[in-house]
Design a protein around this ligand. Structure first.
Ligand code: ADP
Ligand code: MG
Length: 150
């Protein structure tokens, strides 16, 4: 099994596809640096924990993330976008994000309408939250990975 998946990176600008306008901003990480980690991970939506170094005292939040194919690299490299389940006062581009992917939610799929997409994402968020309450998953919130200094 490829999970749990430990990974980190500096938050970069994404495609600007307007996820923020839908109320679900996704922090994008540089794919070049994560190729090795993502190599054997099937594309789809996952849940886990994540924090941003220097933000909210490094507090760890539930997250839902998508792993997909990056059209920029002619779909030879994967993309990773993380939605932290929390409302932040400001953006954190350039900051270091650390995450532990714990479980698979669903495969990637195309939606017929924006409404369907938003519904699916909200279902993903609820699935993530309840899955992270399971003791086995909850334990990862306090993992040393979120606090160690380089
Ligand atoms: P982009 O296309 O640049 O990724 P988004 O609309 O997806 O733009 O917004 C992502 C940015 O929003 C992140 O890089 C981060 O700085 C900020 N942000 C604010 N709140 C969150 C959150 N809860 N989860 C993820 N990113 C967030
Ligand atoms: Mg994004």
């Amino acid at each position: 099994d490829k999970l749990p998946l430990f990974f980190k990176g500096s938050v970069i600008t994404g495609f600007g596809r307007g996820s923020k306008q839908l109320g679900i901003p996704t922090a994008n990480l540089p794919v070049e640096e994560l190729e090795e980690e993502l190599k054997d991970i099937p594309i789809g939506v996952y849940y886990g924990w994540a924090n941003v170094i220097g933000l909210d005292n490094n507090k760890v939040f539930p997250m839902a993330m998508s792993i997909g194919w990056n059209p920029f690299y002619k779909n030879t490299k994967k993309t990773i976008e993380i939605h932290l389940i929390n409302k932040f006062e400001s953006d954190f581009y350039g900051a270091e994000l650390r995450a532990i992917g714990l479980g698979f939610i669903r495969p990637m799929c195309d939606f017929k309408s924006l409404e369907e997409l938003v519904k699916a994402i909200n279902d993903d968020i609820n699935y993530a939250k309840s899955s992270l309450e399971i003791e086995e998953n909850k334990a990862f919130k306090n993992n040393i990975y979120f606090t160690y200094k380089e």
